[in-house]
Write a protein that binds this ligand. Structure first.
Ligand SMILES: [Zn+2]
Ligand SMILES: [Zn+2]
Length: 256
């Protein structure tokens, strides 16, 4: 399984992209950097886009992908919870801000929406996909994606602490998890449903206790404005606990 990180941050600039991951060039998870960082051919080759929650940094490229596929006479599948679907229909694809590509063009709409529910596994192309609820301010799901050869990745999307229920249900080789804020902003992180280095380490220790191992860990959704502080704090924990953690970055490719 080949995972490509298109966006690893919570804001965008010429250097940073919003969250977006592509697996084996055909499955996209999150839509923060889909159109800005994929060629038109790569956009056309996507078999499915899996959405985690309706926050704008995670859904923003859906309308532009819709237009790109419409002009290319292509269609794709979108997997999302009911709350994401309703939010997209009400705000981004409302026929006013942009066309509702789930109903347009009428003869063959660009997007075919599939409603997913946390805890209910689904098959997409050759992958087993398990959506699981995580702990964010908006209703959010993470996805475990398992390929035909048994390799799997779990992408948490935005989440705060309290992931034991998730850990019990997954066995990933790779964990892509968020760390948005440094430790001195723990209160704000807890309020919004985000992790700081200290909260992350607690979750990883809990994973190790429940599962008896730790997968490769890649951190994303960092705030670039305070990324240095977050990295310094993570570095201290890594030394003390001998945990291997990498920082996600735009353009990063990971093979598992
Ligand atoms: Zn969010
Ligand atoms: Zn976010």
């Amino acid at each position: 399984m080949k995972i490509r990180i298109l966006g690893a941050h919570n804001i965008e600039s010429d250097k940073y992209g919003c969250p977006c991951f592509v697996i084996d060039d055909i499955l996209a998870i999150e839509a923060g950097s889909l159109t800005s960082r994929l060629s038109i051919t790569q956009q056309q080759n996507l078999k499915a886009i899996l959405l985690t929650h309706y926050h704008y940094d995670h859904t923003r490229d859906i309308p532009l992908l819709g237009m790109s596929l419409f002009l290319s006479k292509k269609t794709t599948e979108i997997y999302a919870t009911k709350s994401i679907y309703e939010s997209l229909k009400a705000h981004l694809l409302n026929g006013d801000l942009y066309p509702d590509f789930s109903a347009f063009p009428p003869e063959k709409p660009v997007f075919n929406f599939n409603i997913v529910e946390p805890g209910k596994p689904i098959s997409i192309a050759n992958y087993r996909v398990l959506p699981l609820a995580v702990k964010h301010a908006a209703p959010t799901i993470g996805y475990q994606i398992t390929s035909f050869n048994g390799k799997s990745v779990f992408i948490t999307s935005d989440t705060g602490p309290g992931l034991d229920d998730c850990w019990k249900q997954i066995n990933p080789n790779l964990l892509i998890i968020e760390t948005t804020l440094p430790d001195y902003k723990e209160e704000a992180a807890r309020r919004a449903g985000h992790l700081t280095p200290r909260l992350l380490i607690k979750e990883l220790e809990s994973f190790r206790k429940i599962k008896g191992y730790l997968p490769q860990v890649v951190l994303v959704h960092l705030d670039p404005l305070i990324e240095k502080e977050i990295k310094a704090e993570i570095h201290e924990f890594k030394k003390a606990l001998s945990i291997k953690i990498r920082f996600g970055r735009e353009g990063m490719k990971i093979k598992i």
